[in-house]
Structures are given as C-alpha cells and as structure tokens.
Design a protein around this ligand. Sequence first.
Ligand code: COA
Length: 179
Amino acid sequence: MESDLPIIIRPSRDDDVEPMLAIYRRHIRHGIEAGVEDTGTPQPDDLKDRRKNLRNRKLPHLVATRGGQIVGYAYVVLFRKRPAYRFTVKHSIYVHHEHLGRGIGRLLMQALIDACAAAGFRQMIGYIDAENGASLALHERFGFARVGLLPGVAYRYGKWSDSVMVQRSLGAGATQPIS
Ligand SMILES: CC(C)(COP(=O)(O)OP(=O)(O)OC[C@H]1O[C@@H](n2cnc3c(N)ncnc32)[C@H](O)[C@@H]1OP(=O)(O)O)[C@@H](O)C(=O)NCCC(=O)NCCS
C-alpha cells in the first residue's frame, strides 16, 4: 500500500518546484491558510530563484517524499533582513491535502528544526491563523510558545481573522552570545 512506503525528508531540488506549488495552490484555494485567490501565487521561476537564493544563504528548504511523490515541504526565510536579526528565521510548512494527519508535518518540522539549529540559527518564528487548529497543535507539540496575537490582520471570505505568533529557541537560544 502507498501509505506503507517510508517518508523521506531531503533538501529540495529545482524539479520539486511544480509539485510544491501544486500543494501550496490547493491550500490557498481550500484552506484557512494564505489568501483567497491566485493572483499573488509565485510562479515556478520565482520559486526556483527563491529556492536557489535560500540555498546559497544556507537557509534550509526541505521536501517530504513518499514513493517518489512530493507530499510536503518546509522552509525558512530570515525573520528580518537587517543584520541584527541574522540568527532568527521565519518558517513555513505545507503538507499535501491527500496526506494530512499521517505524521508528515511532524517529520518535516523535526527536520527543519534540526537543520536550522545545525546552521546556527537561534530562534524560529511562525505566524499561524488563529483558526488553524492543526498547525497550532503541531507547533505546541514542538515546544513553540505563543508569543503574540495579531488581531484582524487577515481578511478573507468576508471575515477578519487573527494571527498567532509562535516562537521557539534553537540550541543555546538567547542564553549565550555568539562566539
Ligand atoms: C499543519 C500541517 C502542516 C500539519 O501536517 P500533518 O502532516 O497533517 O500533521 P501530522 O500528521 O504530522 O501531525 C502532527 C501534529 O499536528 C497536530 N495535528 C495534525 N492535524 C491535526 C488536526 N486536524 N487537528 C488537530 N491537531 C492536528 C497534532 O498535534 C499532531 O501530533 P499528534 O497526532 O502526534 O498529536 C498541515 O495540516 C498543513 O499542511 N496544513 C495546511 C498548511 C498550513 O496550515 N501550514 C501551516 C502554516 S503556519
């Protein structure tokens, strides 16, 4: 059975971009994450450039595969561009809609945390829609603390939504200076 196949987490490649975009578009159209329409969706070439750019700057960009199919992805960008923030990243994680609830998000999250810690980052930050119970639970499971509530920052389907800001330290976090 397909669901018996192992899930493999690995760094993304150029030819992963199309299936990653398909996962993203589906969540935009049907999910509570992201937007309501396609106008702001990145095009494959944009995503390829962004992926290369992240790789050059040693920012983890991972995919989950099962039986050769891309079933999820996770990556980080710098939290802010100014140099003082260079040890803090902001992450995103998406699982294919037909593969939800089978532990793929958990594997991606663990791999992303490990890769970010290994790369020397000290803090991870995420923004989650306040109604996104699955994502809130996933983050709680991995020790992210709720550090902020941003009321009414998203508008979709005729309704304002809040975002929850979550944060987790990596390695020594803020307990030690950078040597
Ligand atoms: C959030 C998301 C990545 C979770 O991925 P997943 O593969 O379905 O999650 P997993 O099966 O690995 O479950 C991991 C944990 O998430 C939580 N979880 C997952 N689905 C859940 C649900 N429907 N309701 C409540 N908690 C849920 C649980 O805590 C679970 O751990 P446990 O079962 O061991 O207790 C996935 O739902 C997704 O891609 N959602 C759409 C995009 C999105 O919202 N991304 C996050 C943006 S911040």
